[in-house]
Design a protein. Structure first.
Ligand code: SAH
Ligand code: SF4
Ligand code: F3S
Length: 461
């Protein structure tokens, strides 16, 4: 009997990418091998995102291509839809794409073996979009992680915020947090396997609570031997309190890029969005971060939505001026996309599509000017970089990230690539692109990784 093979295609956020690692682990335990060729896949899963309408449309157009592949094989192929489109549309997917065999909701990953088994047993199409509030307690040895130095750990799932534009609370359910001991145990095991960077995941990662709060979990993570960096995504501004920022200040392994998604710079629109802060309260967070992290290199990033229903032109300009007031190192900005079932659907005063795109362009161009100046200010300064890629023979053979999450391409005489892979090095910044830095290795030793006291030992060159 030939080996069965699977292919998983992933859209969406880091949580979806990690869910793919979980499904890959499950299929591996069932005896399936991974393939990167569509024509070899016995099971083809789309792990999907529905955050904006376009993301959802991509899924259905991809399914159209897979339908042809299935027809070529006279139906001998399992096509599955997992992730947020599956959770949101449920059995509606079978109506729109009747050749789909499997619809697997975001809380049903553990049911995958049973469902695939039933499909092999010709028991008809399989659907599971049921709520399983314990789905976040996933066995930590199962996920099949890649070969990089980075690993992801789910610490919480779901969102209770119900921002009025957002579909996530509907696709991921209510907030649930994993016991902190489980998280730390998983981190220790991964560090023991050689992973150097851990990214903690949650739809609302800093509202984590399981006998200890997020700040305390970060302190525990900072003590995991062998790790160099701990990142986390996606945070909410309301949960960045002084305790979290002081923890970042005190713990050298915790990343210093502060993602503070504002969404808008206008207090009336923020209220309509259900964001629980005004522009002034948001700025108070920014001032607090600047005060507590004084002397430590950190970056500030944000997400924005333009053209939310009822956003007047002058209210949009409040978002533009917020960019100046904060001075973000990077932003991720989107035109508002109406999502079915969300609170904002009731607003009739939508902004025309063309106007939304115009506002988006203005915002992005404005940010680029700010960003150019901020990146330029880093030239000639030192930076500590954790190397995650070594490409011998290239002009800039070392690639890595700073503690505040900037990508750096480094000139170096590499020699043995193992000397650098997964190690921290000291770099002098020599130039910039729009989102990346260029640098060269510094000869002097680094006393402290990420310029902090009590830092872990660092490899120097
Ligand atoms: N939990 C994260 C959000 C994840 S979604 C948070 O609270 O920050 C990532 C980003 O997508 C959001 O920050 C928002 O800027 C954008 N987004 C979410 N819903 C959207 C919609 N309906 N239209 C346009 N952008 C949206
Ligand atoms: Fe969506 Fe708001 Fe929850 Fe973020 S906090 S996932 S934007 S509802
Ligand atoms: Fe998309 Fe679901 Fe993540 S909608 S952004 S895949 S939580």
């Amino acid at each position: 009997m030939t080996e069965k093979r699977y292919f998983i295609e992933t859209w969406g956020c880091q949580m979806n990418e990690h869910d793919t690692e979980k499904m890959a682990g499950i299929l591996g335990e069932m005896g399936y091998q991974a393939t990167d060729k569509v024509e070899d896949a016995d099971v083809y899963l789309l792990n999907t995102c529905t955050i904006r309408e376009k993301a959802e449309e991509k899924v259905f157009s991809r399914l159209g291509v897979l339908k042809k592949e299935k027809e070529k094989r006279n139906g001998d192929m399992i096509i599955g839809v997992a992730g947020c489109v599956a959770q949101q549309n449920g059995g509606g997917i079978f109506e729109r794409a009747p050749y789909v065999d499997l619809v697997l909701g975001t809380q049903a990953l553990k049911q995958l073996p049973d469902m695939v088994g039933k499909l092999h047993g010709h028991q008809g199409r399989q659907l599971n979009v049921a709520k399983d509030p314990e789905n976040h307690l996933f066995p930590s040895h199962v996920p099949k992680r890649g070969t990089s130095i980075r690993a992801r750990i789910t610490i919480m799932e779901g969102c209770d915020n119900y921002c009025t534009y957002c579909i996530v609370p509907f696709t991921r359910g209510r907030e649930r947090s994993r016991p902190w001991e489980d998280v730390v145990e998983e981190a220790r095991r991964l560090a023991g396997m050689g992973f150097k960077e851990i990214e903690l995941l949650g739809q609302n990662v800093n509202s984590y609570f399981s006998t200890v709060n997020f700040a305390r979990l970060l302190r525990e993570m900072n003590d995991v031997p062998g790790l160099e960096t701990v990142r986390y995504v996606s945070p909410h501004p309301k949960d960045f309190d002084r305790e979290v920022i002081e923890t970042i200040r005190d713990c050298p392994k915790i990343a210093t890029n502060i993602h503070l998604p504002a969404q808008s710079g206008n207090s009336r629109i923020l209220k309509r969005m259900g964001r629980e802060y005004t522009r002034e309260l948001y700025m108070d967070k920014v001032y607090m971060i600047r005060e507590v992290l004084e002397g430590i290199p950190f970056s500030l990033t944000s997400d924005f939505i333009v053209g939310f229903p009822g956003e007047k032109e002058h209210e949009f300009w409040d978002t533009v001026t917020l960019l100046d007031e904060v001075g973000y190192d990077r932003i991720f900005s989107f035109a508002y996309s109406e999502r079915p079932g969300t609170g904002a659907v009731k607003h009739a005063d939508s902004v025309p599509q063309q106007e939304k795109m115009y506002r988006l362009k203005i915002l992005q161009q404005h940010q680029l000017e700010i960003q150019k100046a901020r990146m330029q200010a880093r030239v000639d300064n030192p930076a500590n970089v954790l190397i995650d890629t070594v490409k011998p023979g290239e002009e800039y053979p070392l690639v890595g990230r700073t503690r505040d999450n900037l990508l750096v391409h480094i000139k170096a005489d590499v020699g043995e690539p193992e000397r650098f892979y997964g190690k921290a090095v000291r770099v002098r910044v020599t130039g910039t692109g729009l989102h990346t830095l260029r640098g060269e290795l510094c000869p002097e030793p680094i006393e402290h990784l990420w310029s902090q006291p009590n830092a872990p030992e660092v490899t120097t060159v």
